[in-house]
Design a protein around this ligand. Structure first.
Ligand SMILES: [Zn+2]
Length: 203
């Protein structure tokens, strides 16, 4: 999909073959390149991101989570068409406050942990046609922006969670590492025993 040059080239990879990749795929650890070309390939990639996000009941998805190493994410908190938004070359500003809440990640199936994030912030980005915009947000919206921007810098929930969650999720993390090494699909999600946390957004 991308050679990390900031251009999306659909000729190298079929969009419908793109799928959400899971930890420890090394592409999730790359810093993504700024997007420099706003064209139909970029529009097509954004549509595919929405498809994959909705198919997995997520509310946000970064391009790097499908192996396209460019600075773009999509988001839709309500599932309504009018709430779908594409963020290209996003940057977070004026982060304020500090709040801990549960999060999941589409690239880390079955991991739901508390993550401390800024409570409110401003985000600047471009839409899929290149038009710049600025939004202010707090709470869940602000959390999603931070989670997805982390993805574009190669940062994962694993880097943000506390020592207790690190121990509690060790088995699941090891399972993902084994699956990747054995080239087995990490998805669909394994059904975990006991109480399943589903409160937080999955991104
Ligand atoms: Zn994620």
């Amino acid at each position: 999909m991308s050679d990390n040059s900031g251009e999306v080239d659909s000729s190298c990879c079929k969009l419908d073959q793109l799928a959400i990749i899971c930890y420890p795929d090394p592409r999730l650890r790359k810093r993504c390149a700024p997007i420099t070309r706003f064209d139909e390939d970029l529009v097509a990639l954004s549509k595919r991101l929405f498809e994959l996000m909705h198919a997995d009941n997520g509310v946000g998805l970064a391009a790097s989570q499908v192996g396209a190493l460019v600075r773009m994410f999509v988001m839709n908190l309500t599932g309504k068409e009018e709430d779908a938004r594409v963020f290209v070359n996003p940057a977070i500003h004026d982060a304020q406050g500090n709040v801990s809440s549960e999060e999941g990640c589409l690239s880390l199936p079955d991991i739901h942990v508390d993550v401390r994030r800024a409570a409110q912030c401003r985000i600047t980005a471009q839409d899929v046609r290149g038009t710049p915009f600025t939004l202010e947000g707090e709470g869940l919206v602000c959390r999603v922006w931070q989670h997805e921007t982390d993805h574009l810098n190669g940062t994962l929930l694993l880097d943000r969670m506390g020592p207790t969650d690190r121990i509690a999720t060790r088995k699941i993390v090891r399972g993902l590492e084994d699956a990747f090494r054995e080239k087995k699909p990490a998805r669909p999600r394994v059904v975990t025993a006991g109480k399943r946390h589903t409160d937080g957004p999955v991104l």
